[in-house]
Design a protein around this ligand. Structure first.
Ligand code: CUA
Length: 255
């Protein structure tokens, strides 16, 4: 994976990120090979059809079976890339939404930050109503709903346990944002009115960057979040001790 390092992409901390890395790696090497190959061919043609050697223009140009063979090989390599790598990756990243043993998290983007809503110990999300939205209740959660009693809302820090599949439902309160976490090799648009699914399994403890991947306004560049990958016990304690109110605000929320 030397190319990934060369491109400056952060270390992969997800269970399935290697599929994305393989695609990046193979595509870049293949494109490099094509670029060098075609460049050499171009230089060869410049030399071969130089004016001193061809006082009269040759309109039929270069003729060889070799170029046809190269073109067919390129098509074959591209077919392998598509069928062998891209389609399996797509099936895994955008196929059936996983349901077994997953941790559901509702992620809401806004200008300019992230809200993470956890169902809490009962596994049920409390009712949300836009008319209940206030400064201290940014998601408009109906706290009188029994399902919302143990819900947890975190601002800008997403807590996830190591090794558990997390299924995110992604939406936005205002304009289109994009939930992008390079360390997990995931990125998906947050669109008002939609609950876009996205899933990953983080396998390494630590804190990683969450960025907004869509230009969304003056504070776009400041719309950063933190992905905190924690041991299961620590995550469970967090959920138990942070019921109800939005907690933390590691990055600035600007105008
Ligand atoms: Cu939100 Cu850019």
């Amino acid at each position: 994976m030397m190319l990934i390092k060369l491109l400056g992409i952060p270390e992969d901390v997800s269970a399935d990120g290697y599929l994305v890395d393989h695609m990046l790696e193979f595509c870049h090497w293949f494109m490099l090979l094509l670029f060098v190959g075609w460049s050499c061919f171009f230089v060869y043609l410049l030399w071969r059809f130089r004016k001193s050697n061809n006082p009269v223009a040759q309109y039929h140009g270069f003729r060889s079976k070799a170029t046809t063979h190269v073109e067919i090989s390129v098509v074959l390599v591209e077919a392998v890339l598509l069928i062998g790598f891209a389609l399996p990756l797509w099936a895994k990243a955008a196929g059936r939404i996983p349901t077994d043993g997953v941790l559901p998290v509702h992620v809401t983007a806004y200008q300019f930050g992230w809200l993470f809503h956890y169902a809490g110990e009962d596994g049920k999300f409390g009712r949300r109503d836009p008319s209940l939205v206030t400064g201290s209740n940014p998601l408009g959660i109906d706290w009188s709903d029994p399902d919302s009693k143990d819900d947890v809302v975190s601002m800008n820090t997403m807590h996830v346990p190591i090794g558990q599949k997390v299924v995110v439902r992604l939406t936005s309160k205002d304009v289109i944002h994009n939930f992008a976490c390079m360390s997990l090799r995931v990125s998906r648009d947050a669109i008002p009115g939609l609950a876009n699914p996205l899933w990953f399994t983080a396998v390494k403890e630590g804190e990683y960057d969450i960025m907004c991947g869509q230009l969304c306004g003056a504070g776009h560049s400041l719309m950063k979040g933190v992905l905190s990958v924690e041991p299961v016990d620590q995550f469970n304690t967090y959920i138990k001790t942070n019921k109800a109110a939005p907690t933390e605000q590691k990055t600035a929320v600007v105008p």
